[in-house]
Each structure stands twice: as C-alpha cells, then as structure tokens.
Design a protein around this ligand. Structure first.
Ligand SMILES: NC(=O)c1ccc[n+]([C@@H]2O[C@H](COP(=O)([O-])OP(=O)(O)OC[C@H]3O[C@@H](n4cnc5c(N)ncnc54)[C@H](O)[C@@H]3O)[C@@H](O)[C@H]2O)c1
Ligand SMILES: CC(C)=CCC/C(C)=C/C=C/C(C)=C/C=C/C(C)=C/C=C/C=C(C)/C=C/C=C(C)/C=C/C=C(\C)CCC=C(C)C
Length: 506
C-alpha cells in the first residue's frame, strides 16, 4: 500500500485539483494534471484504486472486478489511451495480445470468432452469410473511417475552443467526418448495408456486449472505436491483471508529487457562493481545491455530493437511464477442466429475443489463458457475468440472499458447461457478486454499469462533456462523453484534465 496512507494529505493546502474517486477516469485526469505540474489530491473511499477496474485476491487467485477485455494498449496511433496515460507519468505495463477478441456462441448454432486479424474475421463472417458479402464489408469499413479519423488526431477536450480550431485546421477531413457520425447510431448503418435479419441480430450482439444496448441505440463513434481497434491496437491483457493499470497510474501520480488517500469517502462537495471550492469526508475532514472533479457517477454526484440537481442534469436524466448491474461469478477451477484451444473471451446466448433479459446473455473471461500467474499452478480463473437488476435482489434476510446467490450461481455454472463441459466437478473456489455487491464496493447507484439511452437518441450528441452547471465542478468517467469502457473513460480523463488545466492556466 502506498505511503500516502500513513502520512495523509495536508488540510491547510489549497490543492490545484481534488479528484473524488480513483476509477480509471479519475486516475487519468489526476495523472495528466500531475504531469502538467499541478498539485492533485485523489480521495478514494475503498482500500485500493481502480474502481470497476480493480481486483481482489482470494485463495491464491487474483480476480478482476470487471471485464478483462481491455482496449487502449496499442503501440501506435493516438487512440491507445491507456498506453499514453501510463507513459505520461513514466509508467509502462507489459501486456499479452489476445488473438481472438470474442468467441460467440449464439442461437441457431451461430458460432464464430472475432479474430485480431481483420480479414480473417471478415472471411469467417462472410462464410456464414455469403450473400451479405458486400454489406458486411461496407458496414465494418464504415467503422474504420471513424477509427482512422480519431486515430489521426490528438484526443483532448471538445470543450476547448483552441483545441477544436487546431484540430479542424490540421485535420479538416477527420473532423468533418467525426461531426457527421456524432449524431448517428450503429443501427442506421447496419440497416443501410445489411438485410439478413439474423446478421442484423448478430450486429445487435456485437454492440450489446459492450454498450448493453442494441445497435439502434449504440453511438456510431463508439462502435468505430471498438470494431476497428480490436484489429488495430488489439485487445491486450495487462500482465498481473487489470488492477495493475490503476496501481501503475498511482505509482506515476505519486512520483509526480501528487497524492492519493484511501478509505476517504467524500460525502459533500463544499460550495461557496455556488462555486465548488472543496470537499468534506465522511470523517468530517475538509480539503480545499481550486477545481473539484467527481469520478462518481452523475447520479451519485448530483443530489448527493451536491444537494442540487441542476436543470441540465435533470434533462440528462430524462434522456439517459441507469443500465443494469451484473451478477458476477468468479471461479477458480482445476486446469484439467478446460478443453484445449479454448479462447479467453466468450459470449453465450440461447434465444435472440432474450438478448437483454437478465441472465440471458452470459459474458465469459478466462484471463489465466493469457496470464497464468493470476492463479495457483494447475488452476485457472473463469469469470462469468450477466446483466442483473438491483431490484431483483431486495431480499428479506441474509439467508435468503445467500440462497438466491447460490441458485443464481448454479444457473450460470450450467450455462458455462456449454463451453467447459465438466466444470461443476472442477471448481476449487467460488465468489458470487450481485448488483448489491457492485453498489457497495464500487459506490455506484444500484450497482449500475453506466448510463444507457432511455430512448433512441442522436448518437453521442446528448452525452455531456466534463464541465458541469456548477462552476469549479467537473465530472469524469462513464457518465461523461463518450461513455462506458476503459478506453472511453481514459478519453474522458484526458479531456477533463485538458479542460481543467486550461481553467487553472497551467
Ligand atoms: N474491459 C473494460 O473495458 C472494462 C473493465 C473494467 C471497467 N471498465 C469500465 O470502467 C468504467 C468505470 O470507470 P470510471 O472511471 O467511470 O469509474 P469507476 O466506477 O470505476 O470508479 C469510481 C471510483 O470512485 C470511487 N468513489 C465513488 N464515490 C466516491 C466518494 N463519494 N468518495 C470517494 N471515492 C468515491 C469508487 O470507489 C471508485 O473507485 C465502466 O464504464 C466500465 O465499463 C471497463
Ligand atoms: C464540435 C464538436 C462537438 C465536435 C467536432 C467533431 C470532433 C472533433 C469530434 C471528436 C470526437 C472524439 C474525439 C471522440 C472520441 C471518442 C472515443 C475516444 C471513444 C471511445 C470509445 C471506447 C469505447 C466505447 C470502448 C468500450 C469498451 C467496452 C465498454 C468494453 C467492455 C467490455 C466488456 C463489458 C466485455 C465483456 C465481454 C466478454 C467477457 C466477452
């Protein structure tokens, strides 16, 4: 644990910036500002950094709290935001390239893999839908246009006019293309190029498995990133687990002279004449900062950390709603259970009509196939999760809660036997996380995975940037543009730090 736990920050300092929460969004903001010379204080309510990208250790296993499919670790272009965020504070993480992003096991025996190699993936998909050869290429090539535009320019705050003018001047083609795709959703293009109803359902699943909404509601800009970067920078797993990303960012933050403090739950943002000027912890301690940045969700920030819900936030809440949380099963299993040539990430679904039903789509990660050091010798980690609502876990007693957890775990285990046939006989360790677990440990209202459109919206146009209606208060993380995903919240962090640095005149 870092030394800052023992020494503690100085309550008399007026920090340049205080960041509430050490999720990847918060840490990228903090390290970017620290790298520019700001004196930053990060306050984290939990024992370790990372939030949804944290980890926990049990019986010799190191489990990732959230998904293990990581984008943003490429070694070229400008969209490799995790590589860049680490490098900004002189840090680097070794990663393992994943040759297959996802192995899909879908209804009607639709079984296919998204290979790291773009052509290999297209050929596999075209072999299943040969009459859609042209449409498949047109659709995925459209995604590349977006990706290539993003990957040609520096990615900073769209709320900073100087940056916007510079970008339009230096890369007019890329910027006008991005402007054109900003209000569009994937469904618009999928339906334009593809007619086969099953292939359209497959595109829905391609979106759902990271945006938790179907193609019609998934912003095209985000799809451009995900559907292309998996073949460009690729999906790469950090050595030592996803938790290493946050630990390394903290190392860089502290080496740059800034601080993080754990077990420090902020329960109030202090306002003076309507401007955010500091924070108060649950212990009563207060800290002053010139700029305050909340990495908590917007639902946990407005109406909680600040009493008011400004009109702009109330409007946002009409357009976006909380996505479901997840039921997560973290298993330690004996190695002999795994079939040979198993891929690291899988999606299972039995019935197309149930795609968004709790328990229906099952996400599976087996990160020890890439990094065996996460489990004791001769063992693997199998992490399975499926959408689940907190309202379905309002039980009367601990006994009832435990029984519901056991029953849900057994259901997931039997689904997993589709890819690991004798799994139930090889389980060595089991942890079950519910929406209540996510709510408690991640401090996210209802344990939500993040905001999703409550109806069909204009692509990314309605997602707020980092400034808020309250002067001196910024938001960062998945309730800001462009939404969920580590690389997405890393972008939000770069953008937030850029805007804050301008406001601090750094
Ligand atoms: N494979 C992947 O792409 C992957 C894997 C893991 C996580 N993720 C993404 O990470 C995103 C979330 O990142 P994020 O940066 O927005 O946030 P986060 O929820 O991960 O982190 C927020 C942090 O703030 C802390 N916090 C909340 N309220 C606080 C308070 N009042 N006082 C002090 N600390 C407080 C929490 O403990 C947490 O550590 C999700 O969208 C998810 O998609 C993606
Ligand atoms: C004026 C104005 C406003 C404008 C102008 C124009 C322009 C310039 C524009 C620009 C724009 C930009 C820059 C944008 C950006 C964007 C970005 C960066 C984005 C990103 C994104 C990303 C993403 C979305 C990602 C995601 C991921 C995820 C979510 C993942 C997840 C995962 C999971 C969950 C998985 C699971 C699975 C299995 C296990 C299988």
């Amino acid at each position: 644990m870092p030394s800052s736990l023992d020494s503690g920050p100085d309550q008399t300092i007026n920090y340049d910036a205080i960041v509430i929460g050490s999720g990847i969004g918060g840490l990228v903001t903090a390290t970017q500002l620290a790298a520019k010379g700001a004196n930053v204080l990060v306050l984290e309510r939990y024992l370790i950094p990372g939030g949804s990208a944290g980890y926990f250790e049990r019986s010799g296993y190191r489990f990732d709290v959230g998904a293990s499919m990581i984008f943003g670790f490429g070694d070229r272009g400008t969209t490799n935001l995790l590589t860049r965020a680490l490098a900004a504070v002189d840090q680097h993480l070794e990663t393992f390239p994943d040759p297959v992003q996802i192995h899909y096991h879908l209804p009607q025996n639709l079984d296919l893999k998204v290979h790291r190699d773009y052509e290999k993936f297209l050929q596999e998909l075209i072999s299943l839908f040969p009459y859609e050869r042209r449409g498949i290429r047109q659709f995925y090539d459209t995604c590349w246009q977006i990706f290539n535009s993003l990957n040609s320019m520096e990615l900073l705050s769209l709320e900073e006019l100087g940056y916007l003018a510079r970008s339009f001047w230096q890369h007019p083609g890329s910027c006008f293309r991005l402007l054109q795709y900003l209000p569009r959703n994937v469904g618009d293009y999928a339906r334009r190029y593809i007619k086969d109803p099953i292939l359209l359902k497959f595109i829905d699943m391609e979106c759902y498995c990271w945006s938790v909404v179907p193609a019609a509601q998934t912003p095209m800009i985000n799809a451009g990133m995900v559907f292309s970067d998996r073949h460009y920078g690729g999906v790469n797993y950090p050595k030592g687990g996803v938790g290493q990303i946050a630990l390394k960012l903290v190392e860089g933050l502290e080496a740059s002279g800034s601080q993080i403090r754990y077990r420090s739950r902020v329960n109030k943002i202090v306002l003076e004449q309507g401007t955010a000027v500091g924070v108060q912890l649950a212990t009563g301690e207060t800290y002053r900062g010139q700029q305050i940045i909340s990495n908590a969700t917007r639902w946990d920030t407005f109406g909680h950390l600040v009493d008011e819900v400004p009109p702009a936030e109330a409007k946002w809440r009409q357009r976006y709603t909380k996505s479901p949380s997840f039921l997560s099963l973290h298993l330690g299993v004996k190695a002999e259970a795994l079939p040979t040539n198993l891929d690291c990430h899988h999606i299972l679904l039995n019935n197309w009509d149930e795609i968004a039903e709790p328990g229906a789509t099952v996400f599976v990660s087996i990160p020890t196939l890439l990094d065996p050091s996460l489990a004791p010798p001769g063992h693997h980690i199998v992490h399975a999760f499926t959408p689940s609502w907190v309202k379905d876990w309002q039980v009367r007693s601990q006994t009832q809660y435990n029984a519901q957890k056991q029953a849900a775990a057994q259901k997931l285990i039997s689904r997993l036997q589709q890819i690991i046939p004798n799994l139930d006989q090889h389980i060595h360790h089991m942890e079950v996380g519910t929406p209540r677990t996510h709510r408690r440990f991640l401090g996210r209202q209802d344990g939500t995975y993040g905001p999703i459109p409550s109806r069909q919206l204009w692509g990314l146009v309605g997602m707020p940037f980092n400034r808020t209606a309250i002067p001196g208060l910024y938001c960062v993380g998945d309730s800001t543009f462009p939404g969920q995903g580590l690389n997405a919240v890393a972008f939000s962090g770069f953008a937030c730090a850029h805007r804050v640095a301008k406001d601090l005149k750094l």
